[in-house]
Design a protein around this ligand. Structure first.
Ligand code: HPA
Length: 274
């Protein structure tokens, strides 16, 4: 990825927004509601930004929304790119680097995921404590641009402990149950087989999805704090005796997205580390 491309994109976005954003948000399938409540809003469709690739997934809009949220300056990706759409991982992580270039210091990510942990229920929120990259590739492959980060990027504290703590406190203060666990990222677009889900459980995964891992690796590489949540939209394949459908993913997103929004609002408002 050309560092100048990131700079050009960031300059274009900077000229179209107000305040310097400090928090970046990437909102998952059916979870774009936060973008609707951002104040002093500046909306920039990805298609207008130099070097950006547009999003096509269902439930995804494809625009940056910058403004104030929870009293803090934010920039939100309403819609993200997925590897299964055929995009290069370098395109998928491009917006993360643009956000970094704009002045963002923390990234909050949400996704829809299948529950692997059998103590989870459909509609549960899960704080991501760690991930397993099962995509078979890595967004940092290729020449390393040291202006973003080191060649060999430490991933030990990727999901920032202080932010996880803040999330748990916020959930408690709102009376929301917050599961926690390991997110395993697959490429999709086919859902997993029951045998794969059993294997992933043995590997230590609690939830499975088709996003987040590339963006989080890129965020960690360029030194951003990370906080991430999964909304368990369905139990993963084979756990219940029924097929998985895209409709249930969107439906649960619509139904439970508001609690996730309340949680993130509370964290952003209260957490001094953000
Ligand atoms: N598998 C993969 N991705 C998903 C799922 C799932 O079960 N649910 C929502 N996104």
């Amino acid at each position: 990825m050309d560092c100048n491309y990131v700079q050009e994109a960031a300059e274009y976005v900077r000229a179209r927004i107000g305040e310097t954003p400090r928090i970046g948000l990437i909102l998952g399938s059916g979870l774009g509601g936060i973008a609707e409540v951002i104040e002093d809003k500046h909306v920039i469709p990805y298609g207008e930004i130099p070097h950006f690739v547009c999003s096509t997934a269902p439930g995804h809009k494809g625009q940056f929304v910058a403004g104030r949220f929870g009293g803090k300056p934010v920039i939100c990706m309403q819609g993200r790119l997925h590897f299964y759409e055929g995009h290069a991982l370098s395109d998928i992580i491009f917006p993360v680097r643009v956000m970094k270039q704009l002045g963002v210091t923390s990234l909050i990510v949400t996704n829809a995921a299948g529950g692997i942990n059998t103590s989870f229920q459909v509609g549960d929120l899960m704080l991501i404590e760690d991930h397993i990259n099962f995509m078979g590739t890595n967004p940092l492959i290729g020449p390393n641009d040291a202006s973003f980060g080191p060649r060999f990027c430490d991933m030990t504290y990727t999901y920032t402990p202080a932010l996880r703590q803040a999330a748990q406190e916020a959930a408690q203060s709102l009376g929301l149950t917050l599961q926690k666990g390991v997110y395993l990222g697959c490429t999709g677009p086919s859902y997993e087989t029951p045998a794969e889900i059993r294997a992933f459980r043995t590997l230590g995964a609690d939830a499975v999805g088709m996003s987040t891992v590339p963006e989080v690796i890129a965020a960690s590489h360029c030194g951003l704090q990370v906080l991430a949540f999964s909304l368990i939209t369905n139990m993963a394949a084979g756990i219940l005796d029924q097929p998985l459908t895209e409709e249930e993913v969107i439906e649960i997103g619509n139904r439970r997205g508001s609690d996730l929004q309340r949680l993130i609002t509370r964290i952003v408002t209260d957490c001094s580390a953000l």
